[in-house]
Design a protein. Structure first.
Length: 500
């Protein structure tokens, strides 16, 4: 059958269905982002249904983020070479199919495997969205698109646990936890049909070389790091766990060397080598890993504490995340609208201090809990304050790291930052899960939460130190998405790899 989808060259006027493209991009990428957090509340149900232990749960949650982060930069390069529309459709179809496989998984081992596959599909899907919008919008309209696109995607992490709790507690048709994956099917199929019909065809650049050797090094190095972090606590930290972590450091070093040699040979590296020679950018990568590792890990521990330690239902545990989510949204709004432009880099220093204050309040709230009459209101002040601090950082962090990057490196840099964010979250799940479950096994859930807060405090202090090495002013938001003044004026036709 002949492909009847329109091409960009059929008219010089703005494409008629371009706003429908925005809707499809938002829906598809929300599916991707939701699945990073929607499973957080499924722990007890997975234990009952599939016999998942603490390590299995950490892999179900963190494995998705691991393969997503490890494949994001590769996914962007594949879109450059084969066309973003094609890779978007392939990624969306694979993501929908892997969601079905997760829903019908007969045991925890197969669920982990399907979650790894789902993260890989997400890595093919996620980098294409902003690139497709960049191809179909221009000028002031493009700025409006990003003003809509960014905040809507930010809701994914906020509503994930709440939606997951609602689906699991509702137990619709007796599906239990499986419904958190099945919900992707009708949405994914509808989005796939609309995207296939209305997203314009645009050929990729076949001269783009895809560095598969570099991609393999990243995947192996990430696996060597996360595997021992997940398994170490369960196995008593044997020698192989330490050897794996040491090998991961060697692997990342080899990747940096291989990228320089690939660029020197005139081939296309996954990461622009010049980025790794910018001190502010490299320390910024460390800051992003530290911050998001602590944030995602603490969110997981909060949910586990409510469900496992306080016997909350999945729905109540999901709602228990709302004070943190509302605080994050408020902090982000204040930071983005007022503070970042006025006080510059200091917003990244005030944010973690507010988080530390929230952690201190939460510590004392946990100490004073009445074990009989505990309710979520007992810890709302601490979680809400911590959320405000987190939101202040989230809204501004990428702009200050990207301020150290040249204009022609924005595409590669944003892809790397997003990948590090995802892998940092996966590491956070492994580390914080291990810390919490080490005490949970003895039934001392409050001490487990306390230990997690100590780890978060260390990470926040390290992040705070790193902020002093970042540029004093952030990059304007539109330039973070590759909308330079020349591009906005229509003077540049160079396609850019964009990610969120």
């Amino acid at each position: 059958m002949r492909d009847l989808s329109p091409t960009p060259d059929e008219t010089t006027e703005p494409y008629r269905w371009r706003w429908l493209i925005l809707a499809v991009m938002i829906i598809a990428e929300l599916m991707d982002l939701l699945d990073a957090s929607i499973v957080n509340v499924a722990g007890p149900d997975l234990e009952t249904s599939l016999g998942a232990g603490s390590v299995g749960l950490q892999w179900v949650i963190g494995g998705y983020a691991l393969t997503l982060g490890a494949g994001l930069v590769l996914g962007g390069r594949l879109g450059d070479r084969h066309g973003r529309r094609r890779m978007f459709l392939i990624g969306l179809a694979a993501f929908t199919t892997s969601s079905l496989l997760c829903a019908i998984a007969p045991n925890i081992e197969s669920l982990i495997a399907f979650r790894l596959l789902q993260g890989t599909a997400g890595a093919m899907l996620l980098p294409q969205g902003l690139g497709l919008l960049r191809e179909n919008f221009s000028g002031p309209e493009l700025t409006k698109v990003f003003a809509i696109f960014g905040p809507v995607l930010g809701l994914g992490g906020i509503i994930g646990p709440v939606l997951g709790g609602f689906l699991i507690e509702g137990d619709f048709f007796g599906l239990g936890w499986r419904s958190v994956f099945l919900i992707n099917l009708p949405i994914g199929i509808a989005a796939l049909i609309v995207a296939a019909k209305f997203v314009p065809r645009k050929a990729g650049d076949r001269t783009v070389r895809v560095d598969m050797a570099g991609a393999a090094l990243v995947v192996v190095s990430c696996a060597l790091l996360v595997l021992p972090l997940n398994q170490g606590q369960e196995d008593g930290w044997p020698l192989w766990t330490w050897l794996c972590m040491a090998a991961s450091v060697i692997g990342f070093s080899l990747f940096a060397l291989q990228q320089r040699r690939t660029a020197a040979a005139g081939r296309g590296p996954l990461v622009t080598p010049g980025l790794l020679r910018k001190p502010a950018f490299t320390v910024g990568l460390g800051g992003i890993a530290l911050f998001f590792g602590g944030l995602i890990g603490t969110q997981l521990v909060l949910t586990l504490f409510l469900q496992v330690g306080r016997h909350f239902t999945a729905g109540d545990a999901g709602l228990g995340n709302l004070p943190l989510a509302v605080g994050t949204a408020f902090g982000g709004a204040v930071s983005g609208a007022f503070l970042a432009d006025r006080i510059g880099r200091r917003v990244l220093q005030i944010g973690p201090l507010v988080q530390l204050a929230g952690a201190a309040v939460l510590w004392f709230e946990l100490d004073g809990l009445d074990r009989v009459s505990f309710s979520i209101w007992d810890i709302v002040p601490g979680t809400a304050v911590a959320g405000i601090g987190a939101g202040m950082v989230i809204a501004a962090l990428f702009s200050f790291v990207l301020a150290a990057v040249d204009d022609d490196e924005i595409g590669s840099a944003s892809g790397v930052l997003t990948a590090v964010q995802a892998v940092g979250g996966s590491i956070g799940v492994a580390v914080f899960g291990s810390v919490f479950f080490a005490q949970a096994k003895t039934g001392d859930f409050t001490t487990g939460f306390h230990h997690a807060l100590i780890v978060q405090t260390c990470l926040l202090l390290a992040f705070l130190a790193i902020t002093f090495l970042l540029p004093k002013k952030g990059r304007p938001e539109e330039e973070q998405h590759g909308i330079t003044p020349e591009a906005a004026a229509g003077e540049s036709d160079t396609p850019q790899h964009l990610t969120v």
